[in-house]
Design a protein around this ligand. Sequence first.
Ligand code: NOJ
Length: 544
Amino acid sequence: MNKNWWKNAAIYQIYPRSFQDSNGDGIGDLNGIIQRLDHLKYLGVDAIWLSPVYESPNIDNGYDISDYQKINPEYGTMEDMDRLIEEADKRSIKIIMDLVINHTSSQHFWFQEALKSKDNPYHDYYIWRTSADSNLPNSLMADSASAWEYVPSLDEYYLHLHSKEQPDLNWKNPEMKKAIWKMIIYWLEKGIGGFRLDVIDLIGKEPDKLITKNGPELHPLIHELNQETFGNYNVVTVGETWGATPEIAKLYSNPERKELSMVFQFEHINLDKQAGKRKWDLKALDPQKLHQVFSKWQRQLKNEGWNALFWNNHDLPRIISRWGDDSRQYRELSGKMLAIYLYFMSGTPYIYQGEEIGMTNYEISDISEVNDIESRQMYYDRLDKGYSKEEILQSINTKGRDNARHPMQWDLSTNAGFTTATPWLVVHPNYKDINVETALAKQNSLFFTYKELIELRKNNYDIINGEYEILNTGNPDVLAYIRYKENEKIIVVVNFSKQLQQYSLQINLNHSKCLIHNYNTKINNSNELQAYEAFAVKVSGNNL
Ligand code: NOJ
């Protein structure tokens, strides 16, 4: 298989807990995923990124791993996992595992041993500091609390950049590194298609200098990881890197450096957050800024790196509720607009489960409805700081991670076909309107826009990965760009607003061929766009 297969692939993210329950316990599982592989094949996906399915006490829903080589019994067995890889392979779909190697669960054998004594060989697998007079070792924070946890029996603190049940691994310990490499090879040998590397920008940290992201040893460590493990296999690797700028992304993804295939960068995602504040502190999105950010990444990574393209994941609110419009009238139109805007960009697209049918945020009215540890911690922290309950709940409703974690909506049956039992997190009541069955029955549903876009990308690879230029529209709510390779051009125009918009392109679209359009009408050359109207056209030859 071509070494760069992932450049022309569409990847679908599954949050296993919420995808499909097959054994009636209210929790999604591996056999459930197998049952739904044909849905993914029909959509056109080439690979699945599976959020963690390893053994875990689930403090952070699997991002706290207690054994990397065991499957969480809630999800099935290792035999089920092998069968998933095999069944996916029969459909030419690869399985990408989530690799959480910045930290383990505090229940991991290594950490349990580490707690026993300072002389235990596993003690140094983690990051420990002492401190006089019961002061904390320093001011490093994990969200709103100290990142140091005191262990009285050792009179030492350990570092955890997430919850205290997720102690950080010490990447300076050679034995720990080797153990992680060995584990990675175990998975590669199973024939998986690659890894998504969780918060990988943290592994080069220098806690004493208060450096967490992008530490001095980060890139040498990733290069070494590549050389010792996945660099020897034909797989894709994508790093989660909240702190990446285009310059940093090139360090990770320039193929000559032999680190990762690509990274998830979050500059566009951070655009509706107040500078220097946490994600909960919102500000309105400016579509022009969004366009500038995307355009910058398109230009700067060209030939020197690779983009991951995404609107959603299991940590983010549903994009339609965020930057689209989840009202009945505009939900699908705005979802199609967002997809059309993104899918002519160069890079590898990731679709998060339910995005293809336009699932929306879920509104809660009390903290008891929340499962997510991050939202819960923020709730109690801000209550202490004097915020009102209403204000905090509004933040959770807008940005909370549970928004993306409510069960997948498959059909009109009880619990949307996700489970026959009580689901671990409630099913959104809007499943009667928004579900796969209904989407498939409707020829012009959002699902078919995604399917078509995936196919269009495959058929127009050279143009989509060709040159990129912003097209001026004279209207800040109308975003446009052109892609071209020699005489072949694709022009994308989207109205990012709910209002009718005038624009001018200074390009005549009369002789163009429509590739995709979210309105059931002819593309209007009168320079007017309806609410959320979006299209892409192809122009061949010199008739621009
Ligand atoms: C990023 C993951 O996407 C998130 O869900 C998790 O809580 C943290 N990393 C910690 O592993």
